[in-house]
Design a protein around this ligand. Structure first.
Ligand code: ZN
Length: 310
């Protein structure tokens, strides 16, 4: 469902939310409880909605309670007529990204023992069963399965000497990627272990020395195909917030700098037409944006099928 947007829940949404809540649950939350959450700053509720002609329609929502470095997913519901369209998955992934950006590193939730379908979905999203809460649900004394997952930060990579172009494109996508042009396997393995980097390699000899999940074996010769392989194999998501956020030469995160400070270092035309400039803290290269970004988005759309990004 392409035209779905996820936005914070507002008081005016509660009529529609309550209709879904009553249809989804045998012991629905009360309207008063939702209102109370809306007023409290402790809770964060989001909803998925879609434009339907001139009318907006709510298709699902999620209610979160972040407590320090952990988020409790308290409630998640999808309109009964819009099930199996990955709306719950989108709501959860959105929430985890949102929490990650705020430094939250763990997510927990409870699910009814009889709700196998939901448990399967959570497992696919990386949640693991960690315990049982006896007679947790007051309406029928049903047990709750407690589930947990870590909210991993974005993966970091170390690419071997044969994968220079792939490394460059991962940096363009904003992934922290060391390009290891050296030949020594020893050092590559040491850096990967010390810095928690996934080894990207085409070397069958090297992978014999690595434990599963610590490397990704790249099959293709062509760097576009390689990018597709890594993108699919590691289920990466193109996140526009991270695009072009790193120096393509030294991998450092680039920093916004004042326009006045770059006058001497960029072509006159660029200075006249661009407003935002960034600089690499290591090599001091200056980066600027708009046209380059449009081209890259086009390429990414074409290669990775990530359309509609801005
Ligand atoms: Zn640099």
């Amino acid at each position: 469902m392409e035209d779905l947007e996820i936005v914070p829940m507002r008081a005016k949404d509660l009529d529609e939310v309550m209709q879904i809540e009553r249809r989804c649950f045998s012991n629905p939350w009360s309207r008063a409880f939702f209102s109370q959450q809306q007023r409290s700053r402790s809770f964060e509720n989001f909803l998925a909605r879609r434009e339907d002609g001139s009318k907006r329609m709510i298709l699902g929502y999620i209610c979160l309670l972040p407590v320090r470095r952990k988020v409790h997913i308290l409630n998640i519901a999808v309109h009964p007529e819009f099930r199996r369209k990955r709306i719950a998955t989108r709501l959860i992934n959105f929430s985890l990204d949102h929490c990650l950006a705020r430094g939250i590193r763990e997510a927990v939730l409870e699910v009814r023992r009889s709700n196998r379908q939901a448990q399967e979905m959570y497992k696919k999203l990386g949640f693991k069963e960690v315990g049982i809460e006896k007679a947790y649900y007051s309406d029928n004394q049903e047990d709750a399965i407690k589930m947990h997952r870590e909210i991993a930060p974005r993966p970091k990579f170390i690419a071997d000497a044969m994968l220079g172009k792939l490394a460059r494109w991962l940096r363009i996508l904003g992934y922290d990627t060391v390009y290891f042009s050296d030949k020594g396997d020893e050092n590559l393995i040491r850096i990967a272990q010390e810095e928690g980097r996934i080894v990207l390699t085409r070397d069958t000899r090297l992978i014999k020395r690595l434990v599963p999940d610590s490397y990704f074996f790249v099959h293709d010769n062509n760097h576009w195909k390689q990018l597709q392989e890594v993108h699919q194999g590691l289920e990466l998501k193109v996140d526009p917030r991270f695009l072009l956020s790193r120096c393509l030469v030294c991998n450092a995160e680039i920093e916004r700098v004042a326009k006045d400070s770059v006058g001497e270092t960029v072509p006159e035309y660029v200075f006249k037409t661009q407003e935002k400039f960034y600089s690499c803290p290591i090599c001091q290269r200056i980066y600027w944006g708009a046209t380059h970004r449009t081209n890259i988005l086009e390429v990414i759309g074409h290669i990775l099928g990530a359309k509609g990004l801005r």
